[in-house]
Design a protein around this ligand. Structure first.
Ligand code: SF4
Length: 292
């Protein structure tokens, strides 16, 4: 079994939305070049078979998304994409039959994060129509995510803001039950063959400006997941969207060498002792999801 179950590659840090829950990157807008992507794949092959086109940015704004999928297939990778779903109609023909494509996660909470800017019916219907085509014609797994539940008022608030989206899903898949009666916050339900819905709390992104906790705890960063930002910066997880824990640049330093660096080893050994050694990790709400 290869070390990384999830290898995030940010093919662009440009996004077509500005969601309230997702801090905007202060980095230069950039699109990864196909040559750089190809070089990254060659370097990471001994460590993973699963890549995720996501850190910051919306992967479907990359004009060469189809070439990235083709290259991934040629080099033996399975690809998972996380998207806000707004561009699914535009990219559908370019992606739907790509054999590398394993799973698409639709962040439906992005609608709630941009209230008033789009037509909710059109948004969800485009996504659901793609989901139907994908399950009828391919092996792609579809995950519909609603990670917008408010801890203080989880039942009424969550139900109210997601009501229309859930109703559209129930109608499209002809469900004879109400999703909200079955789904548990933090868990998922199977809607249909290869279609899942997952509801979870909105989490706090790591930020150096946040208050530091006691640093006790665990995270899978660098243990079974790692990320490469669009400029080649390697970071331990998909939440370090500003490259605070900069472990080196994969375009200039071999990935194997980056993994053996003191900083990388300290992070990994620290989490083995249940200790967050990096300041950013001590200010990371996501770590609390592991409950230690
Ligand atoms: S604790 Fe947070 S910032 Fe640190 S590696 Fe884990 S997810 Fe990333």
């Amino acid at each position: 079994m290869k070390r990384f179950k999830k290898f995030y590659i940010e093919i662009t840090n440009v996004c077509n939305l500005a969601c309230s829950f997702c801090p905007q990157t202060k980095r230069q807008p950039e699109f990864m070049k196909v040559e750089n992507f190809s070089n990254i794949l060659d370097q990471i092959k001994p460590y993973t078979d699963y890549i995720y086109f996501h850190v910051k940015g919306e992967p479907f704004v990359h004009p060469e998304i189809d070439k990235f999928l083709d290259l991934s297939y040629e080099k033996g990778f399975k690809v998972n994409i996380t998207t806000n779903g707004t561009l699914i109609n535009k990219v559908e023909d370019k992606i739907i039959m790509k054999p590398a494509l394993r799973q698409i996660n639709f962040s439906l909470h992005s609608f709630d994060g941009n209230e008033g800017s789009r037509n909710k019916d059109k948004y969800i219907n485009n996504i659901l129509s793609f989901a139907k085509k994908a399950i009828d014609n391919t092996n792609i797994i579809i995950a519909l995510r609603l990670w917008n539940i408010d801890k203080d008022n989880e039942i009424s608030f969550g139900k109210k803001k997601n009501y229309e989206l859930l109703e559209a899903i129930e109608k499209e898949f002809k469900l004879n039950y109400k999703i909200e009666e079955k789904v548990i916050v933090g868990g998922g339900i199977k809607i249909s063959d290869r279609v899942y819905l997952n509801q979870d709390y909105e989490f706090q992104w790591p930020d150096l400006k946040e208050a530091e906790d006691d640093g006790k705890g665990f995270c899978y960063g660098l243990r079974n997941q790692v990320a490469v930002l669009v400029d080649g910066t390697v970071v331990p997880c998909c939440l370090d969207g500003e490259g605070v824990i900069n472990l080196g640049n994969i375009n200039t330093t071999p990935f194997s060498q980056i993994l053996e660096s003191n900083r990388a080893n300290n992070i990994l050994n620290g989490f083995s002792r249940r200790e967050a050694v990096e300041e950013l990790c001590r200010k990371c709400g996501y770590r609390k999801r592991f409950g230690v």
